[in-house]
Ligand binder design. Sequence first.
Ligand code: ADP
Length: 633
Amino acid sequence: MKCDPNPYRAPPPSLAVKPRLIRHLFLPPLIIALMIGLGYVGFWLSEHYGIRSLSENGQRQLELHARAVESEISKYTYLPSLLELESSVSQLLADPTPEHRQTVNDYLEGLNRRSRSRAIYVMDTTGRVMATSNWRDVDSYLGEDLSFRAYFQNAVRGQPGRFYGIGSTNGEPGYYLAHGLEEHGKIIGVAVVKVRLEAMEERWQRARLEAFVSDENGIIILSSDPARRLKSVVPLSDETKEKLARSLQYYWFPLNELQPLARETLSEGVEKLTFPANSELDSDKENISYLAQTRPLSDTPWNFTLLTPLQDLRREAINQGVLVAVAFALVAFLLIAWNERRKVISTRLAAREALQEANNQLERRITERTVDLRASNERLKGQIRERRQAEETLRRAQDELVQAGKLAAIGQMSTSIAHELNQPLAALRTLSGNTVRFLERGQLDVASTNLKTINELIDRMGRITASLRSFARRGDDKGQAGLGKAVEAALQLLGGRVENAHLQVHHHFDDVQLQIDQTRLEQILVNLMGNALDAMQAQPQPELWLEGEVFEGKYRLRVRDNGHGIDAEARKHLFEPFFTTKPGEQGLGLGLTLSASLAAATGGHLGVEHPASGGTAFVLSLPLVSPTPAEPI
Ligand code: ADP
């Protein structure tokens, strides 16, 4: 494997920056901080715009209800001035007799009933009540000195007297409207109408409206919530408190301040007030916030304040804030998920690229190896070719050697051959010379006999040379032979002799293919069977066994007879050329020598065994064409 010349080296651990770790450490707190921050912004914006919207809506409500209050108050403004027109009133003031008083009392009673006011009464210029609509009541104002009342003091000076106060007689709150009664340009008395405004409070309560009216002293005189009544909306100094107490305007009620927990001025006449949870004003446990919108009421120094609860708005704003935080968390989560997915994809891509690179490297290596293999294959082919050539050369050399061996054998035999041929030749010379002389003498019978002998001698010489020629012949050492066919052919050639001898042949071999020329195998078998027949001439029941077996890649055929066997002396010379024990012309002594040479030429062998049971067994070993034996015969 090839090595990268510039391998990647990781930085030392102490210097390595771990952005992933930093991200994992800081990201969650950052997201949480952003969630809280954005949630708060969402809450703040929602509350801010909600208050603005509420404020706009409240402004309309404020206007509507303030006008209602104004109209309620102004309804009675004219009433005290009406008494100026009533002559009985001026008569009473001029002459306060019991009759005049009673007349006016009755008149005022009737007027009061019709106008639905609380009380109407007339005072003289000293502030004493001269006549009153409630003259029948036990707590009637009749004869009371009300000169300390501010409305009287204003009216007696000719100014309109407007006053909210709590009745000093019965402690009942009311709105007092006073008017100085003039006669001939001179004030002779004061007419007062007391009105109850609680009906408005009831209306507000029915409409579930939270509102109050504060007077010129900042004291709440009308309120939808009774608990707020007679509380001061502005801080009161001790001096003011003392002054108010002395005036008995609010009877003996303690004037506590309505102090909110928090007060925030949003705009002109618009405030945000928060009252404590455990305040006596609220049964709830929560701090309660209001949007307070205040508007002055015309013709009076009073202010009308409308309170709009902010709980719903606050709850809505909290929901919005939570929604923003959750939305942000969702977006952050999606972004993180997207980022993680992107990283996973890029990691996968990198892995795929690495895999591709590894694949490419592998392919390159395979290609290199293939080239190497091809080269070594070519080398091997070359070596095979060379080896074949060498084998061919060797085989040729072997052939040459065999041939040379044969020729050498013939060379060795040449002395014997010469001897073998010289004898008949000498005999021929003698016989032919004798025959000529016998012919000259006319002894034709003798000549004829000699000629026959000459023929026989020539035949013998022909057989010797034919055997040697076939032995010396080149090129027939190759080829294939079927054993069965060869045995059949040999028995056929020896047909007459086999029949005459009544030979019993036992076939115990396979029809194998052997690496030898067919004719040569037949020649060997004819030699071996012929010798066996010769050896069994004296045997009354001649038997021949042909037994085959595969042995060490060769086929071994044993040709056994029950003949006379071979004596010890003959055994030493069996394979020597021209060794024979056969008498006269019967044996040439070349059969075994040539057979052994032919077997050896194919890589085989011819040997002899001498069975203890008698007879002789020649063992012919020849190479097989196919290593598997064929069907037995
Ligand atoms: P030839 O048959 O012409 O004698 P061979 O070389 O074939 O020459 O045989 C040489 C000798 O071997 C024979 O003369 C014989 O004495 C002996 N011989 C060969 N085969 C047998 C055999 N089957 N049984 C006994 N003797 C044998």
